[in-house]
Design a protein around this ligand. Structure first.
Ligand code: WTA
Length: 677
């Protein structure tokens, strides 16, 4: 674990909100809700664990029923529904054809408002997924167990590609489209992908971005790390027309629309796979520099996201569901693609920025498509509120249900969301979970619990959290004390391991509170989430933020170590330290402190070089708020950088006692530099 003295946690600088009042879900919502049975919590109590999760698995269609619900023989790498055979693509597409082939799976909204919406029915999805699966199998030579990296924006071809992989048992690893080519290359290498699937370009914030250039960089970076990419498959934003100026590399790069012609009408049987086989890898940031590939299995994951999409997202067949997250993050995988599609939902897929060309864009889409379930993150809510607090009332849309996910939501922002966006008519769920957990861990059940602004709520059925202090004592609900929130039991949505690094999986997530490292009993292995939380008397959990060195920027997880190593690629930089600073819209943004090699003076060029390095290695989402070039870092006598002190300076809070530092005088000079006299 992190050295208490040197690390700053978001929890330490988290806003401590007071207890808020309750808001009750509207009767109209309750009357139609999928889940109103309080007995579900008993049915999924620890007494009925793990068999209780059959309730979710039964929502799926299996080729073969499982014989072992939870296999703990390789603890803590849990395997769910062992003996069962299943295909995720079949569950999301084929099985709906009989009744719903003419129903929209996706309503695709391009960013340019003059481009028509595109409706993709389940039949159309079936055809496109099959043709692509045929291409992936026969042209790209992919088979079950191979990894393939996707670096795609929010276009229908992204879920189509994921489903085609799932059909074959190919493990997809989608890298968020906004990540740099270099970040993509690193993930290609780590996952051992020899195929990269990308797009030539996409619209964002009024610009048609050249995305193909990232592929060229990614392939080079992967090659330097020892991974050869044989083929780059490029989806064109406008088939037949070229968006990117980058030339296609002969024998390596292929336009998907060209190659697909040879696969017209092809049908590929979904591969019947063991339930515990992997479905995808999703990289996320953690405590050490390298991003970690969370590996999710087919049967458990799909059962969990389907169950929670049904009960917590309250998706019905006739609903129009819009999750505004990017599919490149776990929210999009679980609650745009797999969960909703398994339920034969109709989902909106939006290419662009919800405030472009103006603050009314999101609400025009909601009005036109008659969206009634809306799912987004606090950072977007803050952005929409800032851009146009009165905009929602100008449009005729009515949400029955709204979600917030990814970071704590300030009660004031929550109230705007409830009153203005929800027009007081919607049930809101604040869903707390992680890339690692596959699906929701805590949330109110929308028709059963009152909402409390700023609180995620009670745990999900079948999820049994516990808050531990540093020594492993339980912190009781209502005690007003924060601690490390853990989950006592495994659940089907949980990731199976870190790709290629089982040791790190055990170390990061289980070691701290493990009761017996040789145990095969799940009770000895509480899952360590890395978040600080408190539980109030009513049992609601309030998540305070990460306790490790992860910064949650606009709902995106960034590891401070990743940012620091990008800074250190600038030749003049000797030391770098990154701390989270509060931001009105993004929640947190990184502030960067660097000290220089001897013989260099602070200048604008070095500043710029640091920003560029971050954009190159990670992406624009990681852009710092400030770069401060400091004479020296505040250090302990053992030479460790005191991030806590820098964070306090950035956030204008008390730096605390610095007298024991090796160089206390530097603190005041940094403070002056940052805050002025
Ligand atoms: C934070 C996103 C407060 C938390 C699904 C977690 C939240 C990290 C909430 C995971 C919430 C997520 N309230 N904090 N409702 N949801 N978080 O992996 O710190 O991108 O550990 O998954 O986001 O981020 P990730």
């Amino acid at each position: 674990m992190s050295d208490k003295e040197t690390e700053v946690s978001e929890a330490e600088i988290a806003v401590h909100w007071k207890e808020e009042e309750y808001f009750h879900p509207p009767q109209k919502f309750i009357a139609q809700a999928n889940m109103t049975d309080p007995k579900i919590y008993d049915r999924m109590s620890l007494d009925h664990f793990p068999e209780c999760f059959k309730e979710y698995a039964d929502l799926l269609t299996w080729y073969q029923q499982w014989d072992t619900t939870l296999d703990t023989s390789d603890a803590p790498c849990w395997k769910w529904f062992v003996g069962g055979r299943i295909n995720a693509c079949f569950n999301c597409v084929d099985r709906h054809l009989e009744q719903h082939k003419n129903k929209a799976a996706f309503l695709y909204v391009p960013e340019p408002e003059d481009e028509p919406h595109v409706t993709i029915t389940y039949q159309e999805l079936f055809v496109r997924v099959n043709e692509l699966a045929s291409l992936l199998r026969d042209f790209a030579g992919l088979k079950a167990g191979d990894r393939v990296t996707l670096h795609m924006p929010m276009v229908p071809e992204l879920p189509i590609t994921m489903l085609a992989c799932a059909r074959l048992g190919v493990i997809h690893s989608e890298v968020y489209g906004g990540f740099s080519g270099s970040a993509c290359g690193e993930r290609i290498a780590d996952s051992g992908s020899r195929i990269l699937i990308t797009s030539d370009g996409y619209h964002r914030g009024g610009k048609l971005l050249d995305h193909k250039q990232n592929a060229d960089i990614a392939v080079d970076v992967a090659a330097k790390l020892g991974q050869q990419v044989d083929k780059v498959l490029v989806w064109r934003r406008y088939p037949g027309r070229e968006v990117s100026e980058k030339p296609m590399v002969q024998g390596r790069d292929y336009f998907v629309d060209d190659v697909l012609r040879d696969h017209r009408g092809a049908r590929v049987e979904p591969v019947s796979l063991p339930a515990e086989d992997p479905l995808f890898i999703m990289y996320t940031s953690g405590t050490t520099g390298k991003p970690k590939g969370c590996l999710h299995g087919i049967g458990g994951y799909l059962a969990y996201v389907t169950g929670t999409a049904k009960y917590v997202q309250d998706i019905h067949l006739e609903d129009v569901y819009w999750c505004m997250a990017d599919i490149g993050w776990i929210t999009g995988h679980s609650y745009i693609v797999y969960g909703p599609l398994a339920l034969a939902a109709t989902g909106v897929l939006f290419e662009g920025v919800p405030t472009y060309p103006d603050a009314g864009r999101a609400w025009r889409i909601a009005e036109r498509l008659d969206v009634n379930i809306f799912h987004t993150a606090p950072t977007t809510i803050r952005m929409l509120r800032k851009a146009g607090p009165d905009e929602p009332s100008k449009y005729d849309f009515h949400f029955k249900h709204m979600t917030t996910v990814g970071e704590p939501i300030e009660p004031e922002v929550w109230r705007w969301y409830h009153e203005r966006v929800g027009k007081g008519e919607a049930a809101i769920v604040d869903t707390w979970w992680q890339t690692e957990t596959g699906g929701f861990l805590c949330s109110t059940m929308p028709a059963m619990h009152p909402m409390k602004p700023g609180s995620a709520g009670p745990s999900m059925p079948g999820i049994h959290p516990v808050i531990y202090d540093e020594e492993g004592n339980e912190v009781l609900g209502g005690s007003g004390t924060a601690g490390n929130i853990c989950i006592r039991n495994p659940w089907p949505g949980g990731f199976q391991t870190i790709w290629g690094d089982r040791d790190r999986y055990v170390l990061n997530y289980y070691e701290k509170y493990c009761k017996d490292k040789n145990s095969k009993d799940w009770q000895d292995w509480p899952y360590f989430t890395g978040d600080a939380a408190t539980q109030s008397e009513d049992g609601y959990f309030r998540i305070l933020g990460r306790i490790d060195d992860v910064i949650n920027v606009a709902g995106h997880r960034l590891g401070t170590k990743e940012l620091e190593s990008a800074c250190l690629t600038v030749a003049e930089v000797a030391e770098a330290s990154v701390v989270p600073v509060a931001d009105e819209v993004k929640g947190k943004v990184p502030d960067i402190y660097v000290s220089l090699q001897p013989g260099h003076d602070a200048c604008e060029e070095i500043d710029q070089a640091v920003v560029k390095a971050i954009e190159r290695d990670i992406g624009k989402i990681a852009r710092p708020k400030h770069v401060y070039i400091v004479p020296d870092m505040p250090k302990t006598r053992s030479g460790k950088i005191m991030r806590r002190v820098l964070a306090a300076i950035s956030n204008k809070t008390d730096v605390g006692d610095v007298t024991t530092l090796a160089n206390p005088e530097v603190v005041e000079s940094i403070r002056k530099m940052v805050q002025g006299e």
